[in-house]
Design a protein around this ligand. Sequence first.
Ligand code: SF4
Length: 255
Amino acid sequence: MEKTRLKLARLHGKPEIFYSIQGEGRSVGVPSVFLRTALCNLHCFWCDTDYTWNWKGTRFKHEHDANPDYQKFDKKEWIEACLVEDVADTVASFRCTNIILTGGEPMLQQPVLLELIQKLREKSPLFTFEIETNGTMKPTPAFDEAVNQYNVSPKLENSNNPRKLREKPAALRFFSASPKANFKFVMTEKADLEEVLTMLQQYAIPPEKVWLMPEGTTASALAERRESLVEICKEHGFRYSDRLHVQIWGSKKGV
Ligand code: SF4
């Protein structure tokens, strides 16, 4: 029988698995191993991991389209189908127990990620797993049981995804009620706030589960939005999140 494979993003010729620190949201600063899954069910205009979905031959728009050097990605070259055992061995070799499953959209691959989680927990029960998700897919009961934390980042109008794709009520209600979930909103301008407030009200998301984060892949872009965002957080009882990895490494990948 053919073994299950996990589709990871391929960066610099190998699957994107790296040891760094969590740069955003609730666990900011925690040393963590990151696994970047390939594929996404959304196509955000400003996505900084567009090599997981912006394939040649598709018509999705991206903010870099105006750059003459920007090209869409060849799907065959940017996906690495990995054996779960191999990925588990690589992850375990870092001697770090907090694992962040990110993407793309990792929840597109729940069954194989569950296998990976189980394999790693066989190696050590100390492993903890955070999922970075766009909040459009509900976890299966088994996946939910295995995961420690969801960092849910629902996309707003500024992402340029149609609302019916980016806002899935059943999934948002699930995460709103889950004690494992926190919400992170990427803010580009003050006007995004109205949309966030409507969503919080509609899905009964309490303010203490909400982190607002400036959009930007350079320290100066983050700095421009920081002060007004902090004021919004103070007013509404939200948490503010910076993007620590951008402050340290800019838009460099895999660090
Ligand atoms: S959901 Fe995340 S990975 Fe997918 S397109 Fe949007 S920002 Fe990129």
